[in-house]
Design a protein. Structure first.
Lengths: 287, 567
């Protein structure tokens, strides 16, 4: 499928020149067309932030909701119409900070959605404050003495919760990232892609050079079904591994388990109220 | 005596609710009108809780202070309801619980009788037997219901319970024969045709009738019952019910579900609703339908978790940043609770706005007899359109309503955005367009105003004094005015509090005196009326100790204001 199908035409993009988000957008469009996913069957769900603007730059259905709240609507969209492909995509502040609780519980719920988190270790839209993944010592206008908090480790948390699919990618590695996102979308269940990328305006520390020096790919022999090894890899932070860390096929996706589909496979919008049953239910209240 | 009020009082966990459940059903089957209201503490064991069961030959649907029969189940019980005990109150119980108490006391060793029947756990069934005997219910009704109730527990337990009920029944027979107790309430066969439902049942049944097929909520008293009810019907009615990690998640889930074509609702109480407020505002800008059941309890903050209040009206009205239309219902009559819960889903879809249904602990936890609801003639209208290439979710239209498409239905794309957006739904900072889309959203209010539920006038059209109420006070005020029996006083009850019905000014202008009755401390509905009409309500009767109004209290307060003796 031609990747142009996702092009928005002439639009004004709010990202800074050189932002890692541009390559992520391109990777995403290419991956979707490779997978033959049509814009009408795709829903892009996002929160707020620079990364969260991605649904406006890619032709598809979109639910651009509140800050930190992409995962609950994404879960529900998939639950009420299981035919839709749902991607929840936002930044590290949105998904791991404001929406941290939803991140935990969406992993537990395990809807068949892909969760792409643009992780540049800094806040962009609010101009350069620390994000949950900022490294200790990172100086910002709000943390002038440097960040003193332990960085959030999304992969370790996800693996700890037995997430269905856990991966990390880096935006400049186009070919590899495409493969990882492809696997994530094809995976049946919740799939996390922690997508590292440089912020050219507000994060001068974790720049392209730093990412090149501090990342490497998991070896072929890495067994993604080995939870303990995956967890160990996730906790190694001196150098960040890239690739698919963990796959857990034990749990069926959330929407496959819903009682509402036991007798009726139709999506919610196609259903009618069974007034005869309701009449019987009311009748039973006569005692 | 036309009706009697039976009160059971004891600790949480002693089975008061089981007695209530069985007794109310038995009495209804026997041809009595019944009503039950509960007040309880926020704890699982201990404390002092009570249930009032009213029995009458006519429909009774409100809480009264008086107690005709009291069954104390522990030593604290009589003191807990002391303020409601009169010289004619009959108190039946264990010696230690009734010794030296006022009223007419009779010793009944419930536990011993239960033990005689086989197990001290049958004590509650002795109570059921006693109370049904007191009202001269045919014992076969009691026996049948008990057998049915304990069906799953096996023959022996059924036998024991029937035996226990018989023992209670015989004591009552004896007391009646000796003329120590004399309750002659006529039976009314019409009671049998009614349905026995709680406010929670009515909200839930209304939601199902309205096509609700998605509910996500976080448990919070007194709103949880609706989540429980719909969860129990997931398979039967194809409903997705999900317990969310927070109220924030709940409303955002429902908006996602609604965006994708479901009919969704949340059920919550004040504190949970406070967390949902940003989501409510999101519903406003997305123009995505949502129904919010707001079950009130006293605040601020955690307040009194298991008590009742009408304290969140202005909060509901002003909740959510920014300006967008909304509809607020506040039913009080059983038929209205069902119907408005149903209609809420239709209006939410039709106007693409949030609809809030306001109830409270008293309304939800009370059991009513309601005339049978006929759902056979209903058909839910569908407002979702099939999209086409070039479809625009926020197309500017004359009446402000843009045909609502959903993803995956048609060839178009459906884009919604919490940022201000263009007709396609994409983010924009075109400030001229901003005016157009704000006007579009607000214009829907003109259509909403054409379909406002009218307030209900009860009493003489040529009233001099107009008593005004909203929500759960419907039956309480109605009964109080009936007792006052004064042609000069009428009730105007609002089941929709926003937008306010345009006839309001006409109704108020006709009155020489206006009195508002509200279960809150600051007379919120009077303030809403003032804001909308400029009319000041003369007097207010307010209650905010966490309990609903008793009929007597309203009678007394209205009399005080009228400064004349009536009836």
């Amino acid at each position: 499928m031609d990747t142009k199908i996702f092009d928005m035409g002439k639009i004004d993009i709010a990202w800074c020149p050189g932002c890692g988000n541009f390559s992520i957008l391109k990777i995403l469009k290419d991956t979707l067309s490779d997978l033959d996913i049509k814009p009408e069957g795709l829903v892009m769900v996002s929160g707020i932030g620079q990364a969260a603007k991605i649904p406006h730059y890619l032709k598809a259905n979109a639910f651009n909701g509140l800050h930190g709240r992409a995962l609950p609507p994404a879960t529900a969209i998939k639950a009420v119409n299981r035919k839709l492909v749902v991607i929840a995509e936002s930044g590290d502040g949105d998904m791991y900070g404001e929406g941290g609780n939803h991140f935990l519980h969406t992993i537990r719920r395990n809807p068949d959605i892909t969760n792409i988190v643009h992780n540049n270790m800094v806040y962009g839209l609010t101009k350069g404050q620390a994000s949950p993944t900022s490294m200790q010592g990172f100086k910002t206008p709000v943390q002038p003495g440097g960040v003193i908090l332990e960085p959030f480790n999304p992969l370790a948390v996800a693996i700890g919760l037995g997430a269905s699919f856990v991966s990390r990618a880096y935006s400049d590695d186009i070919k590899e990232t495409k493969e990882i996102i492809k696997k994530a979308i094809k995976h049946k269940g919740y799939a996390l892609v922690d997508l590292l990328h440089p912020c050219v305006t507000f994060n001068k520390f974790n720049n392209r050079k730093w990412f090149k020096e501090h990342t490497y790919y998991l070896k072929e022999e890495h067994d993604p079904t080995d939870r303990n090894k995956a967890f160990k890899k996730a906790t190694e932070i001196d150098k960040l591994a890239l690739g698919v860390f963990y796959i857990n096929k034990a749990n069926k996706p959330f929407e496959e388990k819903l009682v509402a589909y036991r007798k009726n496979k139709k999506p919610m919008f196609e259903r009618e109220v069974d007034f005869e049953k309701l009449e019987n239910l009311i009748e039973s209240k006569k005692g | 005596m036309k009706d009697i009020s039976i009160v059971l009082c004891g600790e949480a966990g002693q089975g008061i609710q089981t007695v209530e459940k069985i007794l109310v059903s038995v009495l209804k089957r026997s041809g009595y009108f019944v009503f039950a209201a509960r007040e309880f503490m926020s704890r699982i064991r201990g404390g002092s809780n009570s249930t009032e069961i009213r029995v009458s030959d006519k429909p009774v649907n409100s809480f009264v202070e008086k107690i005709d029969v009291l069954i104390p189940l522990d030593g604290k019980a009589v003191d807990h309801v002391k303020w409601r005990i009169g010289e004619n109150t009959i108190i039946l119980g264990k010696k230690e619980f009734i010794q030296g108490k006022s009223g007419k006391t009779f010793e009944v060793p419930f536990i011993e009788l239960a033990k005689e029947a086989g197990n001290k756990l049958y004590a509650n069934t002795v109570t059921v037997g006693l109370l049904s005997g007191m009202l001269s219910v045919d014992f076969s009704h009691t026996k049948d219901f008990i057998s049915d109730f304990f069906k799953k527990k096996g023959k022996e337990i059924i036998k024991g319970n029937v035996e226990a009920a018989k023992k209670g029944y015989e004591i009552a027979e004896k007391l009646v024969k000796e003329n120590k107790i004399d309750f002659k309430i006529k039976k009314n066969e019409k009671a049998k045709d009614n349905s026995l439902v709680s406010g929670t049942d009515l909200v839930s049944l209304g939601a199902i009738a309205g096509g609700c097929n998605f509910i996500s909520s976080y448990p919070m008293s007194p709103s949880t019952g609706v989540l429980t009810f719909l969860s129990s019907k997931q398979e039967e009615f194809g409903i997705i019910a999900e317990q969310a990690e927070s109220e924030i998640s709940a409303i955002n889930m429902v908006l996602g579900a609604s965006y994708a074509g479901a009919r969704g609702m949340v059920t919550t109480s004040g504190g949970g609703f406070a967390l949902m407020v940003e989501g409510l505002s999101l519903a406003g800008i997305l123009e995505t339908p949502v129904v919010i059941h707001l079950a009130q309890r006293p605040g601020p903050a955690t307040g009194l978790p298991t008590r009742s209040e009408q304290g969140d009206l202005l909060f509901a009205l002003f909740s959510g940043h920014g300006e967008f239309p909304r509809i607020i219902f506040a039913p009080g009559k059983t038929e209205d609770i069902f119907n408005l819960s149903r209609i809420a889903f239709d209006l939410a879809d039709k106007f693409q706005v949030p609809v809030i249904i306001m109830t409270d602990q008293y309304l939800l936890d009370s059991s009513f007899l309601t005339p049978s609801i006929d759902v056979s003639k209903y058909k839910n209208k569908k407002y979702i359109v099939k999209t086409y290439k070039g479809y625009k979710r926020y197309k500017l239209t004359k009446n402000g309503i843009s045909p609502r498409g959903i993803p995956g239905y048609g060839r178009g794309l459906v884009v919604v955005d919490s940022d201000e957006h263009d007709e396609e739904g994409h983010i924009t900072e075109d400030l001229d367009f901003r005016i157009k889309i704000v006007d579009k959203r607000l214009k829907k209010m003109d259509l909403i105003k054409k379909e406002i539920e009218s307030p209900e006038l009860i009493g003489n059209k040529n009233y001099k004094t107009l008593v005004i109420g909203w929500g759960s006070t419907y039956y309480g005020i109605s009964e109080a005015l009936k007792r006052l029996d004064d042609r000069d006083i009428a009730l105007l009850h609002y089941r929709q509090v926003y937008p306010l019905h345009p006839d309001t000014e006409k109704y108020l202008a006709k009155a020489k005196k206006t009195i508002i009755v509200e279960n809150n401390a600051t007379s919120q509905f009077a303030r809403l009326i003032k804001m909308e009409t400029g009319i000041h309500i003369d007097k207010s009767i307010l209650k905010y100790n966490g309990l609903p109004f008793g009929v007597e209290e309203i009678v007394k307060e209205v009399r005080k204001i009228e400064k004349k003796e009536v009836g």
